[in-house]
Design a protein around this ligand. Structure first.
Ligand code: ZN
Length: 316
């Protein structure tokens, strides 16, 4: 029987249930706190988070994975308050949004330092808490993989091999190179989600199939960022087009190679999100799938079986 690290301790895989694998309580680019207009009372964030996660739970949701990495306002203490109030299994990450988002403090650190940092957060705890990270976050800086991105990917691949946790990425840009770097560290592609394949600026159906064939998960994880909403963010996609993108993967027989989530940010820090909640995964996306005649077994694969297989820590 496998286990998954949550902020309140490890739990058996069987308890995961319906899971959103890529979400945020609050996310701000490094430096957001230098702009006083970006500050929000923490009580408001907690109230909104508890309300949205309670909606998610009322619709059947059980597990929430926060992919806010180091330096983007990750807060284990906050996550524990929300987890206790809602009864949701809350998984936190180690790692970074992208190399571009790291502070100068990390720039001249060697791969070995970053590897040890990630391993420490997975096996001992995040910051000075005993809450162990359940996943590793990495990402591609906007114009492709930077040197810092590559260093982070190398460290993340080594830490994933050493600890058995999976890796989830920000952006599908350079997907094959991302997998090349991780595989070179000895990591199997089936331990990786290539994220935001459904970002409107980055849709590539042929790439989706290549990622799935290679054995990694295709992240259809911007669900709810729709061009129909305002303000329109660059990564929005028309609701029908995103659905079609997913249906193509299902038609090709890759239901077990898709990771779904909303990437909703309960409290954006220093940026403005359209109205969005993790609950949309269950009250909009699932009805859309049913309207297309997708059967319950496939919906269960997307929401329960795939996250369970992905998140379960591998024997090392
Ligand atoms: Zn995200």
């Amino acid at each position: 029987m496998g286990t998954v690290n949550t902020v309140l301790g490890p739990i058996p895989t069987e308890q995961l249930g319906i899971t959103a694998v890529h979400e945020h309580i609050n996310f701000g680019q490094n430096g957001w706190y230098l702009e006083s207009d970006s500050w929000h009372p923490i009580s408001g964030t907690i109230a909104r988070a508890e309300s949205q996660l309670a909606d998610f739970r009322a619709l059947g949701g059980r597990t929430y994975v926060d992919l806010t990495g180091i330096g983007n306002f990750r807060s284990v203490e906050l996550y524990r308050v929300i987890a206790r109030a809602t009864g949701i299994n809350f998984v936190a990450c180690t790692g970074f949004w992208t190399g571009m988002g790291t502070r100068p403090f990390f720039w001249d650190k060697p791969v070995e330092y970053l590897t040890e940092l990630f391993i420490k957060e997975i096996t001992v705890g995040i910051d000075d808490t005993a809450a162990k990270a359940g996943v590793i976050k990495v990402g591609v800086s906007h114009r492709g993989l930077s040197d810092m991105d590559r260093k982070i990917y190398t460290a993340a691949g080594r830490a994933a091999v050493a600890t058995g946790v999976p890796i989830l990425t920000h952006l599908s840009t350079d997907a094959m190179t991302q997998l090349d770097i991780l595989e070179a560290q000895g990591l199997s592609p089936d331990r990786v989600v290539i994220g935001h394949a459904d970002a409107g600026v980055d849709v590539d159906r042929r790439r989706d199939l290549e990622v799935a064939r290679r054995g990694a998960y295709v992240g259809i994880d911007n669900i709810g960022y729709e061009t129909e909403k305002t303000p329109r963010v660059p990564w929005a996609q028309a609701r029908r087009d995103r659905l079609r993108q997913l249906l193509d993967l299902l038609d090709a027989g890759f239901a077990d190679r898709v990771a779904v989530s909303a990437d909703a940010d309960v409290q954006p820090l220093g940026w403005v999100s359209p109205p969005h909640s993790v609950a949309e995964l269950l009250n909009q996306f699932v009805p859309d799938l049913r309207a297309e005649g997708i059967d319950e077994a496939i919906i269960n694969t997307l929401l329960v079986a795939n996250p369970a297989r992905l998140l379960t820590m591998q024997e090392v």
